[in-house]
Design a protein around this ligand. Structure first.
Ligand SMILES: *[C@@H]1O[C@H](CO)[C@@H](O)[C@H](O)[C@H]1NC(C)=O
Length: 533
């Protein structure tokens, strides 16, 4: 009894001690080298939380970048680049148009290849201007940071971390071409781990496994275009031979924005930390404007529609088909769209330049979420339990959409072929067929049943790396093996040689004995006898 009554008092004491803890005691300095655009929007919440934990944060970003701006919770250090913000915006609006063009497959591939080549050259030149900026790099070197937090999608932060000899924490969804497997040395058997962008499930048919293998064989070539120039740049700056793999294996911890409710079960490494849903915790009350829309929607509720932060404009014909489809449902649709409003926009559809996506999805009156199936949106949909109509556009979005569809939590539309009726059918299906809501609620409860919030987990591991100056004890020895050692080919060869040698000797002995015993009939026996004497 006495013990039980101690409980609350101890708790209060504990809380008091926690509140009074000297904030500066473990306060450190973080250098953040982010990737702009949607990648930044996923990372900024973690940075804010790290600042609230008492750390000082410096973000370095190019002068021309999307979404990264001055904030009170970090110091922004900009560096000059040979392009303007308008160039970046133009590049993304071009991407927005490209994905809606219904070209033949080969032409489409060539177009994508050219675009990737052009855009990655632009981004690489940005990185080059950072690492060659003597003044900035010298000032960063003087600042004695504890850790570099970076998104390895562009391995520029990895170069900076090596240059400053600092431990790095990687923050990402996944890398293209399975480069995160190379970076972590995580086993990824091609027989049941679907390659990114293959749209394969984990239980693959023979042909799907063939496809998976072909992806492995081709992706090395395609990704070289984007990533090998960074190895050259790094070699130049660090004045030693650096490979892409060297850059990627330099991370102490990989913070991966995935969760197994969306991903498939597969091997993991001790320095891989899963923080899928990290963006869902931040929830604010709706502003008056949005609350009024939601209130006015009546019993039918609302549908939230956004194609992400990067694509906000679509060709007029497509926009009209979408507007027509949206007009056929009784729900109020809030559509994030910055282009010219389609002329056939129905009364129930409200265009907004920006919407508080996670806050709206968290509202009980939200019936469905129309999304491009970016990882950020998918996790907000899962977290809030809102069934989805998905229009994947590029990158990992097809995979995300496929996975939600196979789990019965949404309907996947082909944005190129879809008609107004298809959109209407899909929306009615996810809103009125109870199974979609049930399935997404099941995923949501699995996702949220965890011992620690992903945001706290991310902060813990960043601080862990700061406290211990890296995490070499989590680094598998696989990093230091050659490919034939990794696959034990040298050992297999050695053992095989012994077996062959023994077999050879045994064979020779037998042959010799055989010859002695039966070799030459009659005389053989005599010879044998005479020898034994
Ligand atoms: C919306 O409805 C709620 C509950 O009825 C009410 O408290 C709130 O003031 C309304 N908001 C607006 C902006 O009309």
């Amino acid at each position: 009894m006495a013990m039980a009554s101690q409980g609350p008092r101890l708790l209060v004491l504990g809380l008091l001690l926690w509140a009074l803890r000297p904030l500066g005691s473990h306060a450190g300095k973080l250098l953040v080298v982010p990737v702009g655009g949607s990648h930044w929007l996923s990372m900024v919440g973690v940075i804010q939380r790290l600042q609230q934990s008492g750390h000082e944060i410096v973000v370095v970003a190019p002068e021309a970048v999307l979404h990264i701006k001055e904030e009170s919770f970090y110091t922004l250090r900009r560096y000059a680049v040979p392009f303007r913000k308008e160039d970046m915006e133009a590049s993304f609006s071009e991407l927005g148009h490209n994905v809606f063009e219904n070209d033949p497959f080969l032409q489409r591939m060539i177009k994508i290849y050219k675009k990737v080549k052009k855009d990655s050259a632009l981004l690489l030149s940005g990185c080059s201007h950072l690492v060659h900026n003597k003044e900035l790099m010298a000032s960063l070197a003087e600042s004695s940071f504890d850790v570099v937090l970076t998104d390895p999608f562009l391995p520029c932060g990895a170069i900076v971390a090596q240059y400053l000899a600092l431990p790095a924490v990687f923050f990402l969804n996944a890398l293209p071409c399975g480069l995160h497997y190379e970076g972590t040395q995580c086993p990824n058997p091609v027989s049941y781990v679907p390659r990114s962008m293959s749209s394969n499930p984990d239980h693959m048919t023979f042909l799907q496994r063939v496809k998976n293998m072909l992806f492995v064989l081709t992706e090395k070539v395609t990704c070289n275009v984007v990533y090998s120039p960074y190895a050259q740049l790094a070699s130049e700056v660090l004045q030693r031979d650096v490979t892409v793999q060297d850059l990627l294996t330099s991370a102490s911890i990989w913070l991966l924005r995935t969760d197994f409710v969306n991903d498939f079960p597969k091997p993991v490494m001790p320095n891989m930390v899963f923080i899928g849903g990290v963006n869902c915790l931040h929830k604010n009350l709706l502003s008056k404007e949005f609350e009024a829309y939601v209130n006015a929607s009546g019993e039918h509720g609302i549908v939230v529609f956004s194609l992400g932060s990067m694509v906000s404009e679509i060709p007029e014909k497509k926009a009209m088909a979408i507007a027509e489809g949206l007009g056929k449902i009784p729900q109020t649709v809030l559509w994030r769209y910055t282009g010219t409003p389609p002329s056939n926009l129905a009364k129930n559809t409200i265009l907004v330049k920006w919407l508080p996506q996670n806050d709206l999805l968290g509202h009980p009156k939200t019936r469905a979420f129309i999304t491009h199936a970016g990882s950020h949106g998918i996790y907000e949909g899962i977290c809030n339990g809102v069934p989805m109509v998905m229009m994947p556009l590029f990158g990992d979005q097809m995979d995300n959409a496929k996975r939600m569809e196979t789990r019965g939590a949404g309907v996947n539309l082909n944005v190129l072929e879809m008609t107004a009726d298809d959109l209407e059918d899909a929306l009615k299906k996810v809103i009125y067929d109870k199974s979609y809501k049930e399935n997404i609620m099941r995923l949501s409860s699995l996702h949220k049943d965890r011992p620690i919030e992903p945001l706290d987990l991310a902060v813990f591991w960043v601080e862990f790396v700061m406290r211990h100056k890296g995490a070499p004890h989590l680094r598998p020895a696989a990093h230091d093996l050659t490919w034939y050692q990794y696959h034990s080919l040298d050992v297999i060869g050695f053992l095989l040689a012994i077996v062959l040698f023994v077999a050879f000797v045994a064979f020779k002995c037998c042959a010799y004995g055989f010859r002695k015993c039966f070799g030459k009939k009659g005389r053989g026996k005599k010879a044998h006898k005479s020898k034994t004497h």
